[in-house]
Each structure stands twice: as C-alpha cells, then as structure tokens.
Ligand binder design. Structure first.
Ligand SMILES: [Ca+2]
Ligand SMILES: [Ca+2]
Ligand SMILES: [Ca+2]
Ligand SMILES: [Ca+2]
Length: 235
C-alpha cells in the first residue's frame, strides 16, 4: 500500500505545518484581524462574508447601490421610473417621444340652426416643438343631439383637411388616419357648468351617451371659440 502511505504522510506534514510551524508572532496577527467594512463600490468583498458590494446587505441604502433611474426610461408604461412625480408623457424627460394634441376652434353659431367656422389641430412635442398643424372647415346645420344643461349642442362636421404646416408622419398611425378623414363629433356649450364648485363656460364633448366638459369656451355675440388639449400621448 505505498500510495496510501504517501497520501497520509503528506496530509500529516500539512497538519504539522499549520499547527506547529507558526510561532507566537503569527498567532497574534490572526486574532487581531478585524473585518473591514464593506466598501460598496470597489468590486471587493471587503468583509469576507461572501457578498461583494451591492450584493452585500451591508450596502442596503448606500447611494452606490441606488438603482433608481435618473430619468424616465419608458414613456408609455404608467410607471414613474425616476420617481420625480411625473409619469410617462407628463415627464419632461419624454419631451422627444411624446406629443400634445391641441384643438382650436372658432365658429359663428346660431343655436339650433347653424355652426360654421374653422378648426385647427395642432400637434407639438411636449416641450412645444411643433410637429404639424391641420386645418379644417367645420359645419353643422342642426342640433342632432341632446346635452342636458347645455345652451346648445351640435354634431360638428370636420371637412376639407389641409396640412397647414409641418409633417405629421411621426404621429401614431391611428392619429394619422384621423387627419385627412372627414369626421364628426358631438359638441356642446354650457355657459354655467359647475366645474369643481366653480361655474365656467364649458366646451362639452359627447361620447357614448355621456357628456364631458373638456375646456373653457366662450360664446359671445354668436361667436363660439374653444381650445381643447386632447392628450399627452407617446409617439
Ligand atoms: Ca466591496
Ligand atoms: Ca462582503
Ligand atoms: Ca414611465
Ligand atoms: Ca418621472
């Protein structure tokens, strides 16, 4: 059995070396070694607990391990990634990837009889850099809907779309499809709308059998004017 004897002898030598080969000097060094605190950003497991940097629970809360993004990283996920209080398109970080759609309309209105004027749909990036503007003729010949509390309501027809400025191709396809298609919407005017306890003259929008106040509007001397911010939406 010469092989076993050699292995045993080697193991015995190693044991002897670790126990008796060192003198009193080395023994003192070992017991005096106190673990270092974990440095959370040096790539070293400083306290020898098996976990390095941010994997070490000692680093919980350390600024070096804060994974919160410094900017909004997704502009359409309904999550405020950078925790600045502004989510998705409401965050200025999304200025280049979201748009605002504003509708400006003006018409000469004879309630229950006629509604004739123009409208423009303005598309901007949310930092108000222009994308494009479309102009429309708007008309309606009669009140086709009932809006409880409204002074008047019309089914307003948008026709004769013309591109007034810019290039709308960055907009989502479903918005582009709206632009050049003649369309109609249920609109109304309520001169005494109770908005959060405050009476305002409201632009009303009818959809699915319900009416919504979208913005302030004016109706003076037969002239109806409104401006609606439709949405902040991702490009
Ligand atoms: Ca470390
Ligand atoms: Ca560690
Ligand atoms: Ca987001
Ligand atoms: Ca944010």
């Amino acid at each position: 059995m010469p092989k076993m004897q050699i292995l045993f002898a080697t193991g015995l030598l190693a044991w002897v070396a670790s126990c008796s080969g060192d003198g009193d000097d080395d023994e003192g060094e070992d017991t005096d070694t106190t673990p270092e605190d974990e440095d959370c950003n040096d790539g070293v497991d400083n306290d020898d607990d098996g976990d390095t940097d941010c994997d070490d629970s000692d680093c919980a809360g350390d600024a070096a391990c804060d994974t919160t993004p410094t900017a909004e990283t997704d502009c359409s996920d309904e999550v405020d990634e950078d925790e600045d209080g502004y989510t998705d398109c409401l965050d200025a970080d999304c200025a280049s990837s979201c748009f605002v759609w504003v509708e400006n309309g003006t018409a000469t209105v004879v309630p229950e009889v006629s509604y004739d004027g123009t409208a423009e749909w303005v598309f901007d990036l949310i930092d108000y850099s222009p994308i494009c503007t479309y102009n429309y003729d708007v008309s309606s010949t009669a009140s086709l809907t009932t809006c409880d509390g409204c002074d008047f309501a019309f089914t307003v027809q948008f026709d004769n779309a013309t591109l007034a400025s810019g290039d709308c191709t960055p907009l989502p396809a479903e918005i582009q499809a709206l632009l050049t298609t003649s369309s109609s919407y249920e609109y109304g005017f309520d001169s005494d709308y109770d908005y959060a306890g405050t009476p305002i003259a409201a632009f009303m929008y009818g959809y699915g059998g319900s009416w919504y106040a979208l913005a302030e509007a004016t109706f003076v001397d037969g002239q109806f004017d409104y401006q609606v911010l439709w949405a902040y939406s991702p490009l």
